[in-house]
Design a protein around this ligand. Structure first.
Ligand SMILES: Cc1cc2nc3c(=O)[nH]c(=O)nc-3n(C[C@H](O)[C@H](O)[C@H](O)COP(=O)(O)OP(=O)(O)OC[C@H]3O[C@@H](n4cnc5c(N)ncnc54)[C@H](O)[C@@H]3O)c2cc1C
Length: 496
């Protein structure tokens, strides 16, 4: 039997790559550390409540359709996607509400209410966002940036699109009202970036959501993961759970030859693609490799994204007044993000994202009940190394208090189940360096050629897929990273 390609980790990036390789005729095996697939898209079930642990906002559904079409299968036979409207409800502490979707007239009316002059500005911003989408998404998102020349080639477009500016600065160029500036720039946080430092290239998210909408997988994001696992297995792939990889072995020619797993097995392989954290891969899995150890030193100087504090809870009551996705802005914005990204301060007045899937899909909770998670962006462990096992109970109450005051009255009286996931869990469960929730921050100087390449230039047979490589975090990002990596792997492994 010929040697297989090993994929370390079953996040969306790992699954999408495995499917692409398998569909091309290359034989693969996925080795996953945890007891369920999906990586950050893990799930918990307790007392009939179903909680998605990570991504909930599904955009660009065609990236999944493409995977099914590789082998003439139909996505609807595996997964059902439901459109979400509004895409997000935005709430401010003074009670202001903004329902954000792609209904242009409704959007203009809401913008006009806040500042009539911003309607014109918003139209210009949308035009800019569409232009960035064309250049930055359609032309670059699934193309690997392996050489400095690939970067030089796109430099003129990047300059033209003012990608050296931040998303917030570009939005502010067109839109004046502070709330609207927040409304059209917070999206970078979903990828781990501050709107004040993420490249204006990420303004394309606005156009992307307008073009393809926001979706939810029936049964939760975990149902989307299950659909991809089924597709992978239908294509003949093998997924091993509870099977952490402990090391990647290279020979004297700096070629990958085998992997060693937690069960003491050694598997000879044709190549390996790591979907695990980039720092973990170089520092721990390749601890005997000199090239990798040099890379580790370089990675230590990079900026990693913040972490997250996640509070999952199930209530014995329904709250149909809620939107599926709500952003609760706090009293501060720029200073708040500075505390999280730079000062290493845990904010008491944090902004929150509230996920209320039962509003769309009743199967997420027992009859008459509802399931939620609240998420707060918090400093990573490199910035703030507190004892989360103590802090988590206190911070939980801060969040409950805010939710009770602003959108879920008497929440704590109705609690049936709860679960907390902190930066320490990102580090321990997911092997994330500094407990970062989104790998390296999406800064221009850490993007495209300046991110970890889809294939290592010096260690032969080592590839990457997922948030740490090009184009970066977010479900569309990692699924597109798999496309970029598959291109190189299929070329190297099939065509020599
Ligand atoms: C709470 C949260 C909410 C989010 N919400 C959204 C959203 O709504 N929309 C969106 O687009 N994006 C969202 N994101 C971002 C998005 O979820 C991630 O960027 C993306 O899912 C990461 O996928 P990945 O392919 O990089 O792999 P990961 O999900 O990071 O998976 C990596 C896998 O590797 C495994 N692994 C690690 N080390 C080893 C080892 N040594 N051996 C074997 N296996 C190993 C891990 O167990 C894990 O399963 C969210 C992220 C979080 C954390």
């Amino acid at each position: 039997m010929s040697k297989k390609i090993a994929i370390i980790g079953s996040g969306f990036g790992g699954l999408a790559l495995a499917i692409r390789l398998q569909a091309s005729g290359l034989e693969t095996v996925i080795l996953e550390k945890r007891d369920k697939p999906g990586g950050r898209a893990y799930f918990y079930e307790e007392k009939g409540f179903h909680f998605d642990a990570g991504p909930t906002v599904i955009t660009a559904p065609h990236i999944f359709e493409e995977l099914f079409e590789l082998t003439d299968k139909k996505m609807e036979d595996y997964i059902e996607l439901i459109p979400i409207d509004p895409f997000y409800r935005l709430l401010w502490p003074d009670g202001e509400v903004f329902n954000y979707n792609s209904d242009m007239n409704a959007l203009y009316a809401q913008i006009e209410k806040l500042n009539p002059k911003d309607v014109r500005g918003y139209k210009k911003f949308l035009k800019f966002s569409n232009a960035v989408f064309k250049e930055g998404y359609e032309k670059m998102v699934d193309h690997p940036f392996q050489s400095i020349w690939s970067m030089v080639k796109v430099a003129p477009q990047l300059l033209l699109l003012q990608s050296f500016r931040s998303v917030y600065s570009m939005v502010s160029k067109y839109i004046k009202h502070p709330k609207l500036r927040q409304a059209f720039s917070y999206h970078t946080l979903l990828l781990g970036g501050s709107p004040y430092s993420s490249s204006a290239i990420y303004s394309l998210i606005h156009a992307l959501e307008h073009k393809w909408g926001v979706w939810f997988a029936k049964g939760g994001t975990s149902a989307l993961v299950a659909g991809l696992v089924k597709l992978y297995e239908d294509l003949g792939g093998t997924l091993h759970l509870n099977c952490a990889v402990q090391s990647i072995e290279t020979n004297d020619n700096n070629e990958v030859v085998s992997i060693h797993n937690v069960n003491g097995e050694r598997l000879e392989i044709a190549a390996v693609a790591s979907n695990a954290d980039i720092y973990h891969t170089y520092n721990e899995l390749l601890s005997d490799n000199k090239t990798a150890q040099k890379k580790t030193k370089v990675l230590k100087r990079k900026k990693f994204s913040p972490s997250l504090f996640l509070l999952h809870f199930g209530l014995r009551r329904e709250h149909p007044q809620l939107a599926h996705h709500t952003i609760l802005f706090g009293p501060r914005w720029k200073e708040l993000l500075e505390d999280i990204y730079h000062n290493g301060v845990l904010p008491e007045d944090n902004a929150l994202y509230l996920h209320a899937p039962s509003v769309t899909d009743k199967s997420m909770a027992p009859e008459g009940c509802s399931a939620y998670y609240a998420l707060a962006v918090v400093p990573n462990l490199g910035k703030l190394n507190i004892d989360w096992s103590i802090e988590k109970e206190r911070y939980k109450e801060v969040i409950y208090q805010q939710l009770e005051e602003r959108c879920i009255p008497n929440l704590r009286e109705d609690l049936v189940v709860e679960k907390i996931f902190t930066p320490i869990d990102f580090e321990k469960e997911l092997n994330s360096y500094q407990g970062a929730a989104f790998s390296m921050e999406p800064l221009l100087i850490q993007s495209a050629f300046f991110r970890i390449h889809n294939s290592d230039q010096k260690i032969k047979g080592l590839y990457f897929t997922g948030a740490g490589t090009h184009p970066g975090a977010g479900v569309p990002g990692v699924v597109n990273s798999a496309k970029a990596t598959a291109r190189i792997m299929i070329d190297n492994l099939k065509n020599g």
